[in-house]
Ligand binder design. Structure first.
Ligand code: MG
Length: 397
């Protein structure tokens, strides 16, 4: 069971922001030079999801123009318009026919710097309908507080001690929750979640992380500076064969993958540390005609699913299909995208806000170390042993 869909609620009127939202829906307000919604698209993309549904209402046209049927990496965005405002739960009911059995859901006016996939290991567990991301360590009296015990949410309070976490507006959902929504309009937060909590069907995972609610004027001002800085992260560039999986020569199918010891744990650890995690892999087997680029894409999708069960993800995969001795004409040449050249690293640095300070590459060949050097980051050789331990040493010195 894997999750590939995210659903974002962007139908709100945004009345707390006054005149700012007279012409523009709140998620389209400019934050650090781009619409706020861009940051949510960015997150859904980097967590390896393949579809993002935007559930719109108020001034939907602006959202449609920028995102409807657009593709960002492996993420495709679709806009679903709500005919009349029906609350957060009603918006889900309206989109019912498009919902997967399980999906991520998030509010379109808040941002929590959090590993969404850390909610996913609960998929192996029965008996729940919603799993909420909670932000801990948030000061201030304007937030409701959540009673969390042993991974279950027991209830909500309009106010509470700052030692208690707040609801951060990101959820893993089971579609079966729709059966509990009987009225319209209906609010998930006020009507559905308290019922689920009372029945023990509401899980919570609390984490430290910056939280911003752009519906509040103070936070909206803070977001202008903070959100662009959240996008800047150091990157771990990982070679694939011989680092993530055993290099048995021209690996291209799931049944050939043997994960290296500590590999999945290493990716999760880097995710939780706030790194971008990129795979940078030479796949000369495509040029040799042993397999196609479609095999490479399919294998990477499968690897992403395996990682998800452990709460981990790769932000982006880059592969080079070229080889100078190849037989497939389109790929039979030297390329700057082929290690030891640094084209794949350059491409990733152009597409993502990589902070060089703290970034590094790890591979099992000298050509990996050379590519790292040409790409402007320190390169490390992974000889053998446990990948998590090796990466820990690199990161913590
Ligand atoms: Mg290798």
């Amino acid at each position: 069971m894997t999750v590939t869909q995210a659903v974002c609620l962007v139908g709100g009127r945004g009345t707390r922001l006054g005149a700012l939202t007279d012409q523009t829906p709140k998620p389209m307000l400019s934050v650090g030079g781009r619409p706020f919604l861009d940051y949510i698209v960015h997150e859904a993309r980097r967590f390896g999801l393949s579809q993002l549904l935007l559930l719109t209402g108020y001034r939907s046209e602006a959202i449609e123009a920028r995102y409807h049927r657009k593709v960002f990496g492996t993420l495709e965005v679709e806009v679903v318009v709500e005919p009349t405002p029906a609350g957060t739960a009603g918006a889900l009911v309206n989109a019912a026919s498009k919902l997967d059995d399980t999906f991520f859901m998030m509010n379109g006016d808040s941002f929590f710097d959090f590993n969404w996939l850390s909610l996913a290991p609960a998929l192996a567990q029965p008996g729940w309908k919603m799993h909420a991301a909670l932000a801990s360590g948030i000061e201030g009296s304007r937030y409701g507080r959540v009673d969390l015990q042993d991974g279950g949410i027991r209830g909500f309070r309009p106010e509470g001690p700052s030692g208690q976490p707040i609801n951060a507006g990101i959820y893993l959902m089971r579609k079966s929750v729709l059966a509990d929504i009987k009225a319209s309009p209906c609010s998930l937060e006020r009507e559905i979640m308290p019922e689920l909590a009372a029945r023990g069907e509401l899980l919570g995972t609390a984490a430290e992380g910056s939280f911003i609610d752009i519906g509040i004027p103070d936070d909206f001002a803070r977001a202008q500076v903070l959100l662009p800085t959240y996008m800047k992260r150091p990157a771990a560039f990982l070679d694939r064969d011989g680092v993530l999986n055993r290099d048995d020569g021209y690996v291209h199918r799931p049944d050939q993958i043997v994960w290296m010891p500590g590999a999945i744990e290493a990716v999760r650890w880097l995710n939780d540390k706030g790194y971008y995690v990129f795979v940078v892999t030479n796949q000369g087997g495509v040029a040799h005609g042993y397999y196609t680029e479609q095999h490479v894409h399919d294998l990477h999708r499968w690897m992403q699913q395996q990682l998800q069960a452990a709460g981990a993800h790769i932000d982006a995969f880059e592969h080079s299909p070229f080889h100078p001795d190849g037989v497939v004409e389109a790929y039979a040449r030297e390329s700057e995208l082929r290690k030891p050249q640094a084209g794949m690293l350059h491409k990733l640095r152009r597409d993502w806000a990589v902070e060089l300070e703290g970034s590094f590459m790890i591979g099992d060949r000298d050509s990996d170390v050379a590519a790292a050097k040409a790409g402007g980051v320190p390169g490390h050789l992974f000889a053998a042993g446990n990948l998590l331990e090796s990466i820990r040493k690199i990161v913590t010195g």
